[in-house]
Write a protein that binds this ligand. Structure first.
Ligand code: NAP
Ligand code: MG
Length: 405
């Protein structure tokens, strides 16, 4: 069979542990036999980040800026234990954080739905996509343990040293805690642009919920910027496409989401997105059934799985034991990447290949062939059987082969 040509190089970002093993299997069995693609390869396994003083991570981000589209495997974010385990020069920063900052990107997550895994919420029929604003708020805070009675103030001075604002946070009568957080118009605006762009591409309504009734300056700024972005750049496009932008209070959004069919993009502030994406992930079945894509306001895309490197399974694998790790989200990272590449290159045959690969993967699970994480949550059926990491990919490959013939 003649291989399908992918016109523009794709940025491939390799990673760590069990996901690195699965990444290679997916390429060998599901991609390389069928695709003629040039890969701009960046090896972000922890050893190599250490060897290059983490330059490789920045180079990978630059490559995405150059070529536009990439796929990324999961990578270890080192902590103290990892520094020892890998004998690292230092506790390198999260590669996802570095790439996100370099691309000024927003992360969108969506569940992969199959018929035999029902969401914990009965009314949900379609995926709920989450857009997490991945900048600022409590993730870039300044905090202090107040040891005794005293006064905490919020002070702002401009670059000329002039005091523009001073307000009392609290007159403490005894010990307590304080925290200063911030965000910037630029970042909120990039977030809003990314959300409206993504939802328009995916044909989804956009929901935004914040606490502007309580936070009349901070949260209100999110509401204002989204409203401006929508009015100025999207209103007529959305109307034509039959799509809506819906703003409500965050608690109302949470309550309403439980009663909808799904099928919207939920734009979340940083903390809300962190918490709610984990809730959605587990409500839809498994961490391994969540896709994730980083979208920059300039239109660069990095597709990945939302789970980590599945460390525990890797140690079993190293001991030669059988594993049953789920490669669905990694497969969908590749298909997402190929579909976007095909769309930009105007090569429908690449998009079609990716669709067939997705179908093959979904049908495999729907036929009852699944990894351990899914057997636990699937609708009971005599056909259900747990397979190993390799067997699952082989089964997908068999189905794909049939579809391509
Ligand atoms: P994890 O790798 O997501 O795994 C947590 C648990 O979830 C696993 O132990 C496993 O449960 C289950 N799981 C996750 N993915 C699965 C899959 N594909 N198939 C089957 N089960 C799966 O999270 P972690 O153990 O907290 O983190 C491990 C490493 O990943 C850390 O070094 C962290 O820094 C890194 N990480 C990377 C990314 C990224 O690059 N995007 C994201 C998160 C974490 P059972 O053990 O019960 O089977
Ligand atoms: Mg989280």
């Amino acid at each position: 069979m003649k291989k399908i040509k992918v016109k523009t190089p794709i940025v491939e970002i390799d990673g760590d542990e069990m996901t690195r093993i699965m990444w290679q299997m997916v390429k060998d069995s599901l991609l390389s036999p069928y695709l003629d693609m040039n890969l701009a390869y960046y090896d972000l396994q922890l050893k190599n980040r250490d060897a290059t003083d983490d330059r490789i991570t920045l180079e990978a981000a630059e490559a995405i800026k150059k070529y536009g589209v990439g796929a990324k495997c999961a990578t270890i974010t080192p902590d103290k234990n990892r520094v020892k385990e890998y004998n690292l020069k230092q506790e390198w920063k999260s590669p996802n954080g570095t790439i996100r900052a370099a691309l000024d990107g927003t992360v969108f997550r969506a569940p992969i739905l199959v018929k035999n895994i029902l969401p914990a919420v009965r009314s949900w029929k379609k995926p709920i996509h989450i857009g997490r604003h991945a900048y600022g708020d409590v993730y870039k805070n300044c905090e202090y343990r107040v040891p005794e009675a005293g006064k905490a103030e919020l002070l702002f001075t401009d670059n000329a040293g002039k005091e523009l604002f001073r307000g009392t946070v609290q007159d403490f009568k005894g010990p307590g805690v304080i925290q200063g957080i911030h965000n910037t118009d630029k970042s909120i605006s990039s977030f809003a642009k990314a959300c409206f762009t993504y939802a328009y591409d995916e044909k989804l309504d956009v929901w935004l919920g914040v606490k502007d009734t309580i936070s009349k300056t901070y949260d209100t700024q999110f509401r204002k910027i989204f409203e401006e972005e929508f009015q100025n750049n999207w209103k007529s496009k959305y109307e034509e496409a039959g799509l809506k932008y819906f703003f409500t209070l965050i608690d109302d959004a949470v309550a309403r989401i439980m009663k909808t069919e799904g099928g919207m993009l939920w734009a979340c502030k940083n903390y809300d997105g962190d918490v709610m994406s984990d809730m959605l992930g587990s409500a839809y079945g498994s961490l391994a059934m969540m896709t994730s894509v980083l979208v920059s306001p300039q239109g660069f895309y990095e597709f990945e799985a939302s789970h980590g490197t599945v460390q525990k399974h890797y140690y079993k694998y190293l001991k030669g034991e059988k594993t049953s790790s789920n490669s669905m989200a990694l497969i969908f990272a590749w298909t997402g990447c190929l579909k976007k590449r095909g769309e930009l290159d105007r090569t429908p045959e690449v998009v079609e290949f990716a669709n067939k690969l997705e179908e093959a993967a979904l049908e495999t699970v729907e036929s009852g062939v699944m990894t351990g994480d899914l057997v636990l949550v699937a609708t009971p059926d005599p056909n259900n059987r747990q397979v190993t990491t390799e067997e699952f990919i082989r089964e997908v490959a068999n189905r794909l082969q049939k579809k391509l013939n």
